[in-house]
Design a binder for this molecule. Structure first.
Ligand SMILES: Nc1ncnc2c1ncn2[C@@H]1O[C@H](COP(=O)(O)OP(=O)(O)OP(=O)(O)O)[C@@H](O)[C@H]1O
Length: 233
């Protein structure tokens, strides 16, 4: 690699997520093993597989939500190995964004406050937070809904708030678990368009669990999790 690329953390040649030899069991049941994967910034990768094959569990392992039995995961240059609880939480707060099928917005916070939350957790000053929130709400086409609570938003609007929240702190990697699974056709297409644009604009990688062929089609690579193994499709 050229030295100038090594020094530029937003270069598309920089690794956003890498895992090697990941294995996970629940009790005596092995879900998967020997999982290797690498995503560079601005890459979008789809994770496919039958219901129950372990896709969400793999996402949880790679995002540090669940411990793995074997293997190592790096978020950017940070290995998740040997981090204590607080270090892992800090790594997740700074380096990971997540988009869920059912949005997981805080119901007692407005759209703007939901987007602001990750920035608040990192102690960003108010002016920085407000600028970033405004920028992202405008980018997502929902600035006019800034003061609405989630209960007053449509599914598509909630997911756009959730995408803004996921990217607010400029993480190198976004994990999305069926981001269009609870949306109608039009809202789903809009969310896929925004995810594609935002990963490019913000230099993030996207790893997306999906059952949707349309969603997989926007990704540069697709993998299928089957019988505990990951294969390119
Ligand atoms: N904490 C847990 N303890 C025991 N078993 C679990 C746990 N979490 C998940 N499982 C089991 O692991 C298997 C894989 O679950 P997972 O949710 O990862 O699958 P998935 O491929 O994402 O499925 P879907 O497409 O239906 O969301 C399932 O059989 C599930 O019941």
């Amino acid at each position: 690699m050229h030295s100038s690329q090594q020094q530029n953390p937003s270069s598309s040649s920089v690794t956003a997520l890498k895992c090697s030899g990941i294995a996970k069991s629940f009790g005596s049941r092995s879900l998967f093993s020997g999982i290797n994967l690498e995503l560079r910034r601005r890459e979008m990768v789809a994770l496919l597989g039958a219901s129950g094959s372990g896709k969400s569990t793999l996402l949880h392992c790679l995002s540090g939500v669940l411990p793995t039995d074997e293997g190592t995961t790096w978020i950017g240059e940070q290995s998740l190995d040997n981090l204590n609880r607080e270090q892992l939480a800090q790594c997740r707060r700074t380096k990971i964004g997540t988009v869920f099928q059912f949005f997981h917005l805080m119901p007692t916070l407005t759209a703007a406050e939901n987007v602001e939350l990750p920035l608040q957790l990192l102690g960003n000053p108010r002016a920085v937070r407000e600028n970033r929130v405004q920028e992202l709400l405008e980018r997502m086409g929902i600035a006019h809904r800034a003061n609405a609570f989630p209960s007053a938003l449509s599914g598509g609007e909630m997911q756009r708030v959730a995408i803004a929240r996921a990217i607010a702190h400029r993480p190198p990697i976004i994990f999305a678990d069926e981001p269009t699974g609870n949306l109608d056709q039009n809202s789903g297409q809009e969310v896929l368009r925004l995810l594609t644009e935002i990963t490019q604009e913000e230099n993030a990688a996207l790893l997306m669990v999906t059952h949707s062929e349309e969603a997989a089609a926007i990704c540069q690579r697709s993998y299928k999790l089957e019988e505990g193994m990951l294969t390119a499709v």
